[in-house]
Write a protein of this length. Structure first.
Length: 204
């Protein structure tokens, strides 16, 4: 993918990690420190909205059984399908990703200065790494990761491990990182690391 053009006054940070590593929490800290955050999950959810072109394609591919009584896409039903079958996941991504990438590029182009954070769960997997000037990988202890996911989603350990397995291993992402944030501790400890990164970027 062609690298997004950088302006002198703007730097784009891509945040990635593993499922449940706390990417959104880290993005939230950046937001609280006045960074502009582009949330790919929110954009992807817009693709599921009834009446959108993506909605029609998804229903055509996966069938009406993924719809609830109001004819809205039931995300849990869809997740059960795609995270149990890699081909189904690829089909879903091929429908959603082009539109999400288009929106992300537009949002980046509108930000002429400051820090822009890309909160994109599959930043590396989807080949979107070059949209960012610097890559931040959110790392977390595996046991802590599973514990936090279970507390938040009530998913079984097996489902959690299956979803993690659908992504590039965290160790490989760590090799690509310009910065690594250890999110195994408290929010305050994580915030301190974010502040240190911002300080380094501003002094560069």
């Amino acid at each position: 993918m062609q690298k997004q053009k950088r302006t002198k006054a703007r730097i784009v940070l891509g945040i990635t990690g593993s499922f449940g590593s706390g990417k959104s929490s880290v993005s939230g800290i950046f937001r609280s420190l006045k960074a502009k955050v582009i949330d790919a999950d929110q954009l992807a959810h817009q693709c599921l909205n009834r009446g959108s072109v993506s909605y029609k394609k998804i229903v055509r591919v996966f069938g009406k059984t993924i719809l609830d009584k109001d004819l809205l896409i039931d995300r849990k039903k869809l997740a059960r399908i795609v995270f149990n079958d890699r081909d189904s996941l690829k089909k879903l991504n091929s429908i959603i990703h082009p539109q999400v990438v288009k929106w992300i590029k537009k949002d980046i182009s509108l930000a002429r200065e400051g820090i822009v954070v890309l909160d994109v769960p599959l930043l590396v997997e989807a080949g979107l790494k070059d949209l960012a000037d610097k890559l931040i990988v959110v790392n977390i202890d595996k046991r802590q990761q599973i514990k936090r996911i279970q507390a938040k989603t009530k998913m079984s350990r097996e489902d959690i491990l299956r979803r993690i397995a659908c992504q590039i291993p965290l160790r490989k992402k760590l090799r690509l990182a310009d910065f690594v944030i250890d999110n195994s501790g408290t929010r305050q400890e994580t915030k301190k690391q974010v502040e240190e990164i911002i300080g380094q970027l501003r002094s560069a």
